[in-house]
Design a protein around this ligand. Structure first.
Ligand code: NAG
Ligand code: NAG
Ligand code: NAG
Ligand code: NAG
Ligand code: NAG
Length: 268
């Protein structure tokens, strides 16, 4: 028996789920890691053929795309994403690094869209989420979910595995269109105590405007003994993500920050 809320209480529960704090600047949501979430925004009702999660995996140019130098003090090992809900009892794999048949779950997102620092993770909704509107029955799998972004990375010689949950609602129309089966994508749900996100996330939200964190990283074409400082490519765009460590900069980062119209929105 899955825990369920009566449908009329879901909107109330959802606004409570949104009470978490997010660090949002210029529509970008900063996370405990190199990924910066461009979309969706927390609390968005979603549907359509696919869910699309847009992630800048370079912290807006502070870390180049892979490949990294051997022994680079900073790098992304991998990013996995799940769609889970304690309300519906589901925990679907969006990507765990290994594509399953027909991309029902996706392969390594760091290797997708080669050269682009923004990865648009498009995942077809599985069959039990097909429908329209709020869940109408107590055993519906539609309703509120977290997009759970798990980052395995190294920052200045320290390894981290962080957990960033973004609440969304699966309440818009999802058409039936050869959707993969929910059961083939479902994983066991762990309790919040087992996951212990607070312990995993001690590194804190990184790279928001005003954060002075400097990134030490090396790339294959930088000289072996040189540790390029990150923040050197604040203007990085799709297409120039691969390549040298570049010259350094603190000043680049500072200009970038000063140039931004900075506003932090804390959803309360
Ligand atoms: C992600 O990277 C970590 C650290 O290297 C490794 O232990 C883990 O197996 C990797 N997971 C995936 C899905 O590649
Ligand atoms: C989303 O994750 C938070 C913890 O990050 C948890 O408290 C909340 O219950 C989760 N929401 C759902 C719908 O499972
Ligand atoms: C799965 O996605 C990858 C990366 O986008 C693509 O190259 C491949 O063709 C897709 N495979 C299928 C069966 O759709
Ligand atoms: C990745 O996820 C798919 C779908 O949930 C699962 O079948 C597969 O065993 C997972 N692979 C790994 C390495 O965890
Ligand atoms: C969902 O499944 C993945 C893979 O097994 C696991 O790492 C993650 O902690 C699970 N999420 C929840 C909320 O249980």
């Amino acid at each position: 028996m899955k825990p369920q809320l009566p449908a009329f209480l879901l909107p109330l529960f959802f606004s409570r789920a949104l009470a978490a704090d997010f660090t949002i600047a210029n529509g970008q949501i900063f996370t405990p890691g190199f990924a910066v979430l461009d979309a969706p925004q927390p609390g968005t009702p979603l549907g359509g053929d696919t869910i699309e999660v847009a992630l800048d995996v370079s912290a807006n140019g502070k870390l180049n795309l892979p490949p990294y130098g051997d022994g680079s003090p900073s790098k992304i090992y991998n990013i996995t994403i799940f769609l889970s809900s304690y309300t519906t009892g589901r925990n679907f794999t969006i990507t765990n690094g290994t594509a399953s048949a027909n991309n029902a779950s996706l392969g390594d997102i760091m290797l997708s869209e080669s050269g682009s620092t923004v990865k648009h993770v498009k995942w077809q909704w599985p069959d039990c989420l097909v429908g329209d509107g709020q869940p109408t029955t107590s055993d519906s799998d539609r309703g509120i979910y977290n997009i759970s972004i798990r980052q395995n990375f190294r920052l200045n010689n320290e390894d981290h595995y962080t957990i960033f949950d973004v609440p969304i609602s699966v309440t818009n129309s999802i058409p039936s269109n050869g959707n993969p089966s929910c059961d083939s994508l479902d994983n066991p749900l762990l309790t919040e105590d087992q996951i212990d996100a607070a312990a995993a996330n001690t590194v804190g939200v990184l790279f928001a405007p005003g954060d002075a964190t400097q990134v030490e990283a090396t790339y294959p074409d930088s000289s072996d003994d040189e540790e390029g400082l990150g923040g050197s490519k604040p203007e990085a765009t799709a297409g120039d993500g691969l390549g040298g460590a570049g010259s350094s900069s603190v000043s680049g980062a500072v200009c970038w920050m000063a140039g931004l119209a900075v506003f932090l929105v804390l959803l309360t």
